[in-house]
Design a protein around this ligand. Structure first.
Ligand SMILES: Cc1ncc(COP(=O)(O)O)c(C=O)c1O
Length: 473
């Protein structure tokens, strides 16, 4: 496979065909045979191809190549699955080696040498205080199934029926996980979602659900306390509160450290289980192995998937052994024994440690964020640049105010920037309220040069869309 030139691959450099100085040299992304086939055969529920209409034929590191030979720097990376990029040689080597040595491929939840090695690597990656007394449950291989397992366990342990989630939270598409998800469009016309879910305000200061955004941490915690302690709040004590320490799909919104600590304290005080959903933020993405480590606290139940399996499907929940109250077989699933995912996951965890990738994510993530904030100074449509490590977002706004007095979301600007970035060879996603947040989830292995390329290209795309918006083109 030969995507970048030899030199480019040596320094893991930039896409080869992106001409970054001229609007005329943008890719012409025409509808190809493969794309036509996709449109003909797949359901209209498909989502990413609508915004990223390319057929990927090759992929290496942070780069992917489409059917027409265009090269892109992948800042979506399988929605965070590919922490080490595509086809990392050491992961591929581990997988090939396992196959050549007749490693079993699926074992349900029977154990194996590959599983034991993987468990050791995972426990090593978890904070020691959490790892020393935790039980692991291998789930069906998606984040959503692990979410289902976590809420089921919380209900079984506490005997309670309610679960609290947060505005903007995203936990997956199954009936239980969707019930816990904030996004209303995904819920439209889906009747009989899991009952007993109640939403609390997340500390999203840019669009504060409270009148004063500067005290959002205190107000949100006060609200939750009132919800839990008022004998007439209408909601019996929940089994658990589920939260993303940094909301991803909701618009890349990091919860303040003080808020996370306060939430932990409230859960302890009211004897409620705290579930951290780190499906997206886990495994180095935010510059710590897990995002909750920024707050120096621990969850009662931790949900992991995406990058966990080194690019292959795998999902696990980890929880204190004291909570291990369910009976044998109470949460099962056929695809819980994907051995190759465990092999790839072990390799991936070892590489993150070996190559000191957390430090790189901190340094380069801060660099990208700072550069984006510089762009913000000249572009009034950029309302906020936020995030941690390689989980970054740019929220676009118009000059108008919405009915809450917040800057109105500008999804058209955001979408246009995404499209212009794509034509210039950068793949990124949009999310957040009204789809007005441009989201970056690059693989942890990108180089300084690639980080510079990302900000330069985004700068061009943003300035170009700004020119269009203000009729300068
Ligand atoms: C925080 C979070 N939880 C759960 C999920 C669901 O994971 P999956 O799509 O693998 O079911 C996602 C997916 O994006 C996620 O970001």
């Amino acid at each position: 496979m030969n995507i970048a030139t030899k030199e480019q691959r040596a320094d893991n450099s930039q896409p080869k065909k992106t001409v970054i100085n001229s609007h005329d040299n943008r890719y012409d992304l025409t509808e190809t045979k493969l794309l036509k086939k996709q449109i003909q055969s797949e359901s209209q529920v498909r989502s990413y191809p609508r915004r990223i209409p390319i057929a990927i034929t090759k992929a290496k590191g942070a780069l992917v190549e489409d059917e027409q030979g265009h090269t892109f720097l992948d800042c979506l990376a399988g929605a965070g699955v590919l922490a080490l990029g595509h086809n990392h040689p050491d992961i591929n080597h581990a997988i090939i080696n396992a196959i050549q040595n007749d490693c079993p491929q699926q074992t349900l939840d029977l154990t194996s040498p590959a599983k034991c090695l993987f468990i050791d690597a995972l426990l090593d990656a978890l904070p020691a205080a959490f790892a020393q007394n935790c039980a692991l449950q291998f789930c069906g291989p998606t984040g959503a199934d692990a979410v289902e397992a976590a809420i089921k366990l919380a209900k079984i342990v506490t005997g309670r029926e309610n679960i609290c989630s947060f505005y903007g939270g995203y936990h997956g598409m199954t009936h239980g996980a969707l019930a816990l998800t904030g996004n209303l469009s995904a819920k439209a016309h889906v009747t009989n979602l899991m009952p007993g879910v109640h939403f609390l305000p997340y500390p999203y200061a840019f669009r504060s659900p409270f009148l004063h955004s500067n005290t959002i941490t205190e107000q949100s915690l006060h609200f939750i306390r009132s919800q839990l302690s008022d004998p007439e709040s209408g909601i019996t004590l929940p089994a658990a509160i589920i939260v993303e320490p940094i909301q991803g799909e909701g618009g890349v919104i990091p919860a303040p450290i003080a808020w996370l600590k306060g939430l932990r304290a409230l859960c302890d005080e009211f004897n409620i289980l705290l579930i951290f959903d780190e499906v997206q933020s886990g495994f180095g993405r935010t510059g710590k192995m897990f995002a909750f480590e920024h707050a120096d606290i621990q969850p009662d139940i931790l949900i992991m998937s995406k990058a966990l399996g080194g690019g292959l499907p795998l999902a696990i929940i980890a929880f204190d052994k004291a909570l291990d109250a369910w009976t044998p077989g109470q949460h099962t699933g056929t695809f819980r024994g994907n051995q190759l995912a465990m092999v790839a996951g072990t390799a991936s965890l070892n590489i993150i440690k070996r190559d000191n990738l957390l430090e790189k994510v901190n340094v380069l993530g801060a660099f990208i964020k700072k550069e984006l904030q510089k762009i913000q100074q000249n572009i009034p449509e950029i309302g906020e640049v936020r995030g941690k490590g390689f989980m970054l977002g740019i929220e676009f706004v118009s000059h108008k105010k919405d009915t809450l007095g917040h800057p109105q979301s500008h999804p058209e600007f955001c979408k246009a920037v995404q499209q212009e970035a794509l034509k210039r060879g950068i793949i990124c996603e949009i999310g957040g309220r009204h789809g007005a947040v441009l989201r970056l989830l690059p693989p942890l292995i990108i180089t300084q040069k690639q980080a510079e390329h990302i900000v330069n290209t985004l700068s061009q795309a943003i300035h170009y869309v700004y020119s269009l918006e203000h009729n300068h083109v």
